[in-house]
Design a protein around this ligand. Structure first.
Ligand SMILES: *Cc1c(COP(=O)(O)O)cnc(C)c1O
Length: 852
């Protein structure tokens, strides 16, 4: 790549002001054929739908390009404050359908494709999911970006362009098989390489002291092994508002001189190997949801993201403001998506101290006014700790800075609680022991002005438990931001039938103001509307049944209750409790206890982390139970069970609209928020759930009568632990005893003796952290209430409508408005031809956005 610039500045307006592109069917059709023929070079002999997809993607992308450029200009001209969402994960799913929907050209595209006998749905289905995330945390980041673009907030996402995203899951003989997800194998239209903004990232080496020109003692990081960060920009279209924001993903590439040195030394093979070493930093997404593993490469990924992103922001800053850093904190804010990018705190200090020559106090003030931290989990195994030894070799200069932050912080603690050594030990950023560790969550809290949880209960448990010491020191830092989902993707786009029905009654204002759904509430009492609602649900169930047929080879009857649990497989989410209930239903059928039976189709899907043996065994149990149940003529249509393979965003777009019942059954106090629960609710599914995460707020919104509650509360869970007696519970509950006996007698593993013993032992252990047996009885009772409620179709449909109608709170538009009002304080920057006047900075516009 040649980085020579134009000599003539005047070239730019002439070069970059291309005429706007038509949004009508004819223009779209012309461009589509033109891309197909001239750009992709296909002709009538090529009958691969892939190239039609690509031609359409390029046609749509062009329409984003001009709006993208105008949005950048609008932000530059307003000189406004900006926020940066730093996340190791962005679970974007597909882009084409979303872009067409947000641009508002669905009809035009359909017409253009009709001319050439093609169909949008078929082409959209060609696109591979961008699976750069594990689950809820990564999908949340994607929903946030959609809402920020729709609210016209100047927010940019920063992430990693993994060569291999979330693994593809196959099921073989009931076991999970992982396959690499080489999602970039066929060209990706939804990214733009930007070599002009690449950054250099340091690793290894050592700190060196020196005196600068004015004789001041300073530090530089030397003898490093550098890697280049190459940015790839992904357009994030707002909803029909001319705004296109940016997600910038970094790829690691070897430095040029690094190559040269090695090549000149004559070691050709060694130099290629060294290049691979550099580039492997962004090779693969770590497939662990809610747990960490202390791997060298993972720390490198985290630092790579933090350093590339911060340097990028500084470079843009310097281009406009030169060296004046006084206003930096007034104009920039970094939101850390969980503890993963928290090394950004130390990296910002390094850049301010070593590169910009600030004094410690000034640098620390800026850092503490710029960083904000979101915690996503209470699970202790997910609290990231890095061995000090590893830090010393990989990021020695950052370790210096963390020690200094810690020393100053602990003296603050000592001042506040004189003589309380125990508290200092507890709060230290360094955990002492045979292998001292850096506590990254504490670094994030100390370095940030805001610390938030993601649902009311979760934020409360952070204040009272995990971060209690820090809450006592800085109560004002702590706040809650209940998660949401974007209704554009998860209702308007994914459920066109319901979209149309809702909009025909209350208009389409809900697409940008989800609270308007409450206007559906009176319609729940209207029998004709209920019939229409039921018809839409039935169609969606047919579509889901077809997907289940294709993917699982199991036949679901759309007349039955569709009972769905899809999410990462984890013991705390208790898919095992779901299976115990399925076995209980099977047992009832086998002993002919089927009076007033409600036929039920149970769908369970999700990926297990490849090293998580218990989770993988749960998948095997679901598979084995499903074979037993589905092939038993006595069971027939009363019960069907399927394990859905390779659960992902594009699958959820079909699953949520087709679900009747949403399973949200985690052990209370363990699920930080959940967002799958919100997608189901918006699509008219009823929830069976514990008082955990955002379930509590969902139940508050929809009313206790329209929610199937069961199980211990978070407080009861903690109170029970010391004297938990699962054997006693099993002995005292005939249903559970029968279920356990079937398991113990190997009923579901007749040719695989003993394979489920670890699951049986976990349920029977008095130390079972998930208290599965404790909630079994109340779960079964709630499921019986579900079954009888479903038999009253009018009553069920009424509740279904009320669930959708009460979902207004769970839009990420609401979540983003709260982040903006209470943390970022960004102006809304309108874009587009009519918005010239709006481009100036309006502080009052922060408050424009209504907050529910
Ligand atoms: C929404 C979503 C999740 C999160 O689901 P939870 O039930 O909240 O854990 C995970 N994966 C995908 C693909 C999703 O769309």
């Amino acid at each position: 790549m040649n980085f020579k610039r134009f000599k003539n500045k005047a070239t730019c307006p002439e070069l970059t002001d291309a005429p706007p592109l038509g949004m009508d069917a004819d223009s779209l059709g012309d461009d589509f054929r033109s891309y197909y023929t001239y750009n992709l070079g296909r002709d009538r002999n090529c009958r691969l739908t892939h190239y039609a997809y690509e031609a359409l993607a390029l046609t749509v992308r062009d329409r984003l390009m001009e709006r993208w450029k105008n949005t950048r200009y609008a932000y530059e001209e307003s000189d406004c404050k900006r926020a940066y969402y730093l996340s190791l994960e962005f679970l974007m799913g597909r882009s084409l359908g979303n872009a067409v929907h947000n641009l508002g050209i669905e009809k035009e595209v359909a017409d253009a494709l009709h001319e050439v006998y093609l169909d949008m749905e078929e082409l959209a289905d060609i696109e591979p999911d961008a699976g750069l995330g594990n689950g809820g945390l990564g999908r949340l980041a994607a929903c946030f970006l959609d809402s920020c673009a729709t609210l016209q907030l100047p927010v940019m996402g920063y992430g990693i362009r993994y060569e291999y995203g979330m693994f593809r899951q196959h099921i073989k003989n009931g076991y999970q098989i992982e396959e690499p997800d080489h999602w970039l194998a066929s060209s990706n239209c939804w990214e733009l390489e930007r070599p002009e903004y690449r950054q250099r990232i340091k690793f290894g080496g050592r700190s060196e002291f020196y005196n600068d020109a004015s004789g001041k003692l300073r530090v530089r990081w030397v003898d490093t092994r550098d890697v280049l960060a190459m940015p790839y920009d992904v357009p994030i279209p707002g909803y029909r508002n001319e705004t296109v924001n940016t997600l910038r993903l970094w790829k690691a590439v070897a430095t040029e001189e690094f190559d040269l040195d090695e090549f000149n030394s004559g070691d050709y093979a060694g130099s290629v190997a060294a290049k691979n070493e550099a580039e492997k930093i962004t090779m693969v997404l770590y497939p662990n949801d809610a747990s960490e593993n202390g791997k060298d490469l993972r720390l490198r990924q985290q630092y790579f993201l933090a350093s590339a992103s911060l340097q990028d922001v500084f470079e843009r800053w310097a281009g406009v403001k030169g060296k004046h850093l006084k206003e930096f904190a007034e104009k920039n804010c970094f939101q850390l998506n969980d503890t993963h990018p928290s090394i950004a705190v130390a990296e910002l200090m390094r850049l301010l101290l070593d590169r910009h020559g600030l004094e410690w106090k000034d640098a620390w003030d800026i850092t503490q006014q710029t960083m904000a931290y979101t915690n996503h989990t209470l699970l202790p195994e997910a609290l990231e700790k890095w061995p000090v030894r590893l830090f010393q070799t990989v990021l020695p200069r950052l370790l210096d800075i963390i020690y200094e932050i810690n020393a100053r912080f602990l003296s603050q603690v000592a001042q506040r609680w004189p003589g309380d050594q125990e508290r200092q030990r507890r709060m230290s950023l360094i955990e002492e022991g045979p292998e001292p560790q850096v506590r990254m969550a504490y670094l994030a809290i100390v370095g940030s002005f805001s610390v938030n949880g993601v649902a009311e209960l979760h934020s409360q448990l952070l204040r009272e438990g995990l971060f209690r010491d820090f809450y006592e020191l800085w109560p004002e830092k702590f706040n809650n931001k209940t998660n949401g989902v974007t209704q554009r993707r998860w209702l308007a786009y994914a459920n066109p039938g319901l979209n149309q029905l809702i909009s025909s009654k209350i208009g389409n204002g809900w697409v940008t103001e989800l609270d308007q759904l409450s206007r559906l509430k009176p319609l729940a009492e209207n029998p004709e509307f209920r019939d229409e609602w039921q018809r839409v649900k039935y169609n969606n169930k047919q579509r889901l049944a077809q997907l289940v047929k294709d993917e699982c080879k199991v036949t679901f009857n759309p007349e039955a209750l569709f009972d769905v649990q899809v999410k990462r497989i984890h013991e705390y989410k208790r898919q095992l409790l779901n299976v115990l209930h399925v076995i209980h239903l099977y047992d009832r059928i086998k002993r002919d206890d089927v009076a007033d039976w409600t036929p039920r189709c149970v769908l369970i899907g999700g990926k297990a982390a490849p090293g998580y043996q218990m989770a993988k065994l749960i998948i095997k149990l679901i598979s084995n139970v499903s074979i037993m149940v589905n092939n038993d003529p006595q069971v027939g249509d009363l019960l069907k069970v399927a394990f859905f393979p390779n659960y992902r965003v594009s699958a959820m777009e079909v699953i949520a609209p087709g679900a009747d019942l949403s399973e949200q059954i985690s052990t209370a106090g363990k699920e930080a928020s959940g967002t799958g629960n919100m997608k189901f609710m918006l699509n008219g599914a009823l929830t069976i759930g514990t008082l955990d995460g955002a379930n509590i707020e969902i139940r508050e919104e929809v009313g206790a009568d329209n929610f199937f509650l069961f199980g211990l509360t978070a407080a009861e869970v903690e109170a029970l632990r010391p004297h938990y007696d699962p054997s006693g519970i099993i002995a005292g509950n005939e249903d559970l005893q029968r279920v356990m006996n079937l398991l113990k007698h190997g009923h579901f593993n007749q040719f695989e003796a003993g394979i489920f013993d670890p699951l049986i032992a976990a349920i029977e252990s008095p130390y079972d952290p998930w208290l599965t047996a404790a909630d079994f009885a109340s779960y079964v009772t709630a499921q019986q209430q579900v079954a009888s409620a479903y038999r009253d179709r009018a009553g069920w449909t009424r509740m279904s409508i009320l669930n959708t109608a009460s979902g207004g709170k769970f839009s990420t538009d609401r979540t983003m408005r709260e982040y903006n009002r209470e943390i970022w304080r960004l102006p809304k920057i309108a874009n587009g031809v009519d918005a010239e006047l709006d481009r100036k900075f309006h502080p009052e516009s922060i408050l424009d956005a209504p907050v529910s």
